[in-house]
Design a protein around this ligand. Structure first.
Ligand code: UDP
Length: 330
């Protein structure tokens, strides 16, 4: 059985969907702090799986999962992930992300489970020194969120040396889109991400979409990001798990497309795909936003034979379909 921590969250739930559709046995562990029980219920309608509400910061709660279920490997999504919030309340991030993961790893070791796929982030690189960013780029995170993820990567290196615990760390760029059948999608509260925020302005009267900064050193002055489709991203987790199951060593990979798009380009695509005129205004830069973040993904292509298959437009379409479905089935 595969343990998925954070399986009620945006990315975790799409991974659970892919795993259950492959007929794999899954146990989801989630404290529902940012995850959503509605998503679990919707997933269970597709195919049943184990769901346990629990918190990684309580060792007994996570240890009981390993005692009660035959867990062979772990995909670890559970984390707080808002950069800005992490600068205001770093303790929240270090306790949940770092201490919570320490408990998870402790429970794994006590129960002799030695394979984990971990959600890391491009935020571990900090301000880019060059673009595209490859895995050899120095890791100098500039906010507590990125630091918490880098701490875990470092801890995993030490645990491999000492306890032979094998990990694959996937450093996500900007994850977007939803299930192609619109059964699940992104549900954050508050929503801070670009595409859901643009789409909100399609549905909510008087809600202007805010562009954060138009004076960046980019082709149109707005930030450039590498938008990777959530289903493509999930496939990489499944390949990473296969890699570990076949005896692969600890490794780490960027998960991005190598294609950079500006905020204005994403906005224009949203207008085109929805066929709606979306109201927009210009705001100041958001603290800690680098001008450009684009991945070099050659390592994961080569080692895991992964490649992205969905375009940004396809991701926007699925996000839009999900938004429509969710709003009419609240
Ligand atoms: N962004 C924006 N308006 C929003 C949300 C995001 O202009 O309402 C911009 C943000 O400044 C960044 C890009 O969109 O340049 C992607 O932001 P997001 O929060 O989706 O992901 P991040 O890059 O912070 O992980």
């Amino acid at each position: 059985m595969i343990l998925v921590t954070g399986g009620a969250g945006y990315i975790g739930s799409h991974c659970v969907l892919a795993l259950i559709e492959k007929g794999l046995n899954v146990c989801v562990f989630d404290n529902l702090s940012t995850g959503n029980i509605r998503i679990i219920k919707d997933l269970k309608k597709i195919k049943d799986f184990e769901f346990v509400e629990g918190d990684l910061t309580k060792f007994e709660e996570i240890n009981n999962i390993f005692k009660n279920y035959n867990i062979e490997s772990v995909i670890h999504f559970a984390a707080f992930s808002q950069v800005q919030e992490s600068t205001i309340d770093p303790q929240k991030y270090y306790i949940n992300n770092v201490y919570g993961t320490l408990n998870l790893l402790k429970a794994m070791l006590e129960n002799n489970v030695k394979k984990i796929v971990f959600s890391s982030t491009a935020a571990t690189y900090g301000e880019p020194l060059y673009i595209p960013i490859d895995e050899n780029h120095p890791q100098n995170p500039i906010n507590p969120y990125g630091k918490s993820k880098l701490m875990i990567e470092n801890i995993m290196d030490d645990y491999e040396k000492a306890y032979n615990l094998k990990s694959v760390r996937l450093r996500y760029f900007n994850v977007v889109g939803a299930d192609k059948k619109a059964r699940i999608g992104e549900l954050h509260n508050p929503e801070t991400h670009l595409i859901p925020n643009i789409l909100k302005s399609v549905f909510e009267k008087n809600k202007e979409f805010k562009i954060f900064g138009i004076n960046y050193d980019t082709k149109d002055g707005t930030c450039v990001r590498d938008y990777i489709n959530v289903e493509d991203l999930v496939q990489a987790h499944i390949l990473a798990l296969d890699y570990l199951n076949k005896g692969g060593n600890t490794n780490y990979f960027n998960l991005g497309t190598t294609i950079g798009n500006t905020v204005k380009e994403v906005f224009d695509s949203c207008e085109k795909i929805t066929g709606k005129k979306i109201s927009v205004c210009i705001e100041g830069k958001r603290a800690g936003d680098p001008a450009t973040l684009v991945a070099d993904n050659s390592k994961i292509r080569k080692v895991l034979n992964w490649e992205p298959s969905r375009t940004l437009d396809e991701s926007i379409k699925t996000a839009y379909e999900w938004e429509k479905y969710y709003r009419s089935n609240k």
